[in-house]
Design a binder for this molecule. Structure first.
Ligand code: ZN
Length: 132
């Protein structure tokens, strides 16, 4: 069983929806600014039957449009939304620890506990954080 209550999951889903809406809004604005209105139009109607499919196609095109960071964030959100109801959601993918609900609400796409995330970032960026 998951450590997350139904209430936790609802809060996480709400946070996820809000972040997703913000990101889509930002993407749409960036696309409109750069004149790629055909993609912006798809993002504008991001609900409905064919919206998911259209979104997937759009995301593929956006990758080519060098918006990799935003697209990856959005894909992580889609992924998190899909996993939210699974028993594995909120389990650290590195050590198997329960990721606290508060962390998931603040960062619904988190797939690692704080300790593992920091280790992961150190490993991949080679950066050392200043002392806190
Ligand atoms: Zn961990």
């Amino acid at each position: 069983m998951s450590h997350l209550t139904k209430k936790d999951r609802l809060a996480i889903r709400a946070a996820l929806e809000e972040q997703r809406a913000n990101l889509l809004h930002g993407l749409k604005a960036a696309l409109e600014e750069s004149g790629q209105t055909q993609y912006a139009a798809v993002l504008g109607k991001s609900s409905g039957d064919s919206a998911d499919e259209a979104l997937a196609v759009t995301l593929g095109n956006l990758s080519a449009a060098r918006m990799d960071h935003e697209v990856r964030s959005l894909q992580a959100m889609e992924d998190a939304a899909g996993r939210l109801d699974s028993p594995d959601f909120g389990i650290c993918e590195d050590c198997g620890a329960h990721i606290p609900a508060a962390r998931l609400i603040a960062n619904p796409t988190a797939t690692r506990c704080v300790a593992c995330q920091e280790r992961h970032e150190h490993t991949y960026t080679g950066q050392t954080h200043g002392s806190l």
